[in-house]
Design a protein around this ligand. Structure first.
Ligand code: TYM
Length: 331
């Protein structure tokens, strides 16, 4: 059975993009993989997180993943900082990765913008920690949204250079599992920007804890053009907001975009948004309700994460110890 690793940053409440790009896939991959799912709190602090918020978001995310269908009794769910192997391997990778490789990372450029000098060095070496997350478990498959593709290519470069430098086939190559539908869900306020849990505007995203009223309001206010839904997919090409709403509908209703257009062509956004609201509420609202219930028992959640960390540690520790020996550290 192949091992899967994937992670999510507890830097806010997960949104619909996280769900469609990653979480939904994680749930179905559990059937035939050994899965390790990680709340990457060390990644989260590469940009400032108020400590109490980080703690609250980490617990909320644990609850959301369980409410979405992650089975912590059969698979592993834990927070990254609880397993020190991640930090140790990340340091080795800081010394393997070339600066030129990091300079090409588009996500750093997007996040840092023109103000590079004022960002943390953690944000810059973030992809090395991400490679360490995966390779500490020698995981071979990584389900992510499209925005993480470049980071996974870098993880493969790092694994290859490590193997080459130390003369052993130690780390495997990893395969990105990117969904075919809604691999990049866009903001409800701007169809050219990715939907993100850290966007300053809460109206730009549907959070997995939003109730039916909040979902309806956000979809009603979502930016659109003044046209109607076209008959053909090609006609959505330069209508980013319309394309995004149709893609969300298609992904949640398990249809392709053309099938959605066949059903709704000629409709204005008023009726289409009402239909979309029904589809989103049906998928998301039960997750929010179950999350609230799970958050009522914090001790239980902490216990699940603690046990997950112990099981994660049992896999990662021997792998990272071996990597340290290969490097020449006295053990
Ligand atoms: P994060 O927390 O930004 O997002 C978690 C997952 O959700 C996906 N995603 C999206 N998919 C589609 N449309 C969107 N708008 C959207 N926004 C987010 C992301 O692609 C991701 O799969 N660096 C990672 C976390 C990480 C990780 C790892 C992932 C750390 N170590 C090791 C895989 C393996 C991140 O910031 O995800």
């Amino acid at each position: 059975m192949q091992r899967i690793f994937s992670g999510i940053q507890p830097s806010g409440v997960p949104q619909l993009g996280n769900y469609l790009g990653a979480i939904r896939n994680w749930v179905s991959l559990q059937a035939d993989h050994e899965c390790v799912f990680c709340l990457v709190d060390m990644h989260a602090i590469t940009t400032w997180q108020a400590p109490e918020e980080l703690r609250r978001h980490t617990l909320t995310q644990a609850a959301i993943l369980l409410a979405s269908g992650i089975d912590a009794s059969r698979h592993i769910l834990f927070n990254q900082s609880a397993v020190s192997a991640h930090a140790r391997l990340a340091w080795i990778f800081n010394c393997v990765t070339r600066l030129g490789w990091l300079n090409r990372m588009t996500q750093f450029k997007d996040k840092a913008g023109k103000d590079r000098e004022n960002h943390s060095s953690g944000l810059y070496v973030y992809p090395n920690l991400m490679a360490a997350d995966i390779l500490a478990y020698k995981a071979t498959r990584v389900p992510v949204g499209e925005d993480q593709k470049q980071h996974l290519e870098l993880a493969n470069d790092i694994a290859q250079k490590f193997n080459h430098d130390y003369g052993v086939e130690f780390f495997p190559q990893v395969e990105a599992l990117i969904p075919t539908a809604a691999a990049r869900v866009m903001s409800l306020r701007d169809g050219t920007k990715k939907m993100s849990k850290s966007d300053p505007s809460a109206q730009s995203r549907i959070e997995l804890t939003d109730d039916a009223d909040a979902i309806a309001l956000k979809i009603r206010r979502a930016k659109t053009d003044t046209g109607v839904l076209p008959a053909d997919v090609e006609e959505l090409a330069d209508r980013p907001e319309a394309r995004n709403l149709v893609a969300i509908y298609a992904a949640l209703a398990d249809m392709n975009v053309q099938q959605v257009l066949d059903q709704h062509q000629g409709q204005g956004f008023g009726p289409f948004k009402a239909a979309l609201t029904d589809v989103v509420v049906q998928a998301i609202a039960p997750i929010g309700a179950e999350t609230t219930r799970l958050l009522g028992d914090e001790a239980h959640l902490l216990n699940i994460l603690r046990q997950g960390a112990q099981r994660a540690q049992a896999i990662a520790e021997p792998i990272v110890s071996e990597a340290e020996k290969l490097v020449g550290f006295l053990k």
